[in-house]
Design a protein around this ligand. Sequence first.
Ligand code: OOG
Ligand code: NI
Length: 466
Amino acid sequence: MVFQETWELRARFARSLSDMYGTEVPAYTTLVEVSEAVNTDFMDTMGAEAERLGSIGRVTAERHGAIRVGSPEEMSQVAQVFAGFGMYPVGFYDLRDASKSSVPVVSTAFRPTDKDELAKNPFRVFTSMLAADDPRFFSPELQERLQSYIAERHIFSDELVAMAAKAAEGKGLEEVDADKLIELATAAFELNDEPIDEQWYRELEAISAVASDIGGVRYTHINHLTPRVLDIDDLYNRMEARGITMIDEIQGPPDWDGPDILLRQTSFRALDEERMFKFADGTVGPGALRVRFGEVEQRGIALTPQGRELYDTMNTQVDEKLAAGSGKTRVELAREVWAENLPNTEKGLREQGLGYFTYEVTSSAEPGEYDAEQLIDSGVLTAQPIVYEDFLPRSAAGIFQSNLKDEGTRDNEQQGTDYDLDTLSKIVGRDIVEPYELYKAQEEASLSAAAQQLGVTIHPTPALQS
Ligand code: OOG
Ligand code: NI
């Protein structure tokens, strides 16, 4: 019997979902192939510098998934499943207001939180819960039907939840149990071919395609699986060259003359998928659905709260310039705004406290007190950027939105239901961590280890002063 540790379970789970999704959505396999080619070529051109934001081994295996659940109960169950794979909730995203289309969900991402676990396998799943109780989207009468429809389904079996709990408790599983866990967990996210109640599905779809995708069927499924590339502009062009139409723009930061920051994402549009429907007259037959798509991402440096504030301000400026109408595209304007506002070197980001880094000792120092930057300048320390492991609400809303056929409906006269990090934490059954706390703790730990090793005092970097 071979014991499989948590990270091995997580790596197997990611691989198993990827294999399953490749059979369901063949264009995903193309996306993975093109991503791998982009990464290999980028390595060839850039050499060691290519791995500054993650080893090629990690990046090649790296995926994020997206799933959508229907109720607090399902959210708490899925959290228990992910805990078995060492994936914990990080970040709160309210997509109801981040988008002009009707997207009635609140979300978190389940992911490893420890840097060594992330290095072994960083699988993360963006997980959205339907806000069925939000009166802006659902009338009291519909809300009741929707909630009882969802309450009757059983997506995560007791056996799956129990096996995941055993994995969480023992920090891994013996091989036989591990096989079972992977099998059950993969099946829980597989597309089910049970005929869909046409009337019910279309009733919800008229309000929001996201609502029908979640609450119009008796199962959940992986909505997309996203590989990571080292050069998303190259990927975008190669996909278009292959005749796969991508959404109009790459979401997030522009391609610019400076370090990669946060997260850039793009996707190809959801494809029509033939599924079986049960019609009002009792007959069963094929119909079209359009929910699943392919997404790809490039990751950059994690920003501090000040860095993030600057990012948001720059976005607002770009929006204003775009609205003012200059004939330039969003990306062209963004490049200009960035060049004016954001330092274009890692050193600049560090000095202004905008990004997070870890520090490594590369030579010795005289006893004394130093600023980290001083030690870097004199070759005692080297700095490594901390990669952004999370998501961006605006990009997430953009991804949802670009894949909806129409905007759906929402009644803004009604008062929306309150959700925040605390209410969602209670639902999840575990404290949702703020991303900043994890990055900050990592920078702090590396600086205090360096100080100890050198026998000196290092003053906190600007990133740790807020
Ligand atoms: C999730 C959309 C958000 C991302 O990468 O920002 C997302 C969904 O479509 O369910 O996956
Ligand atoms: Ni995604």
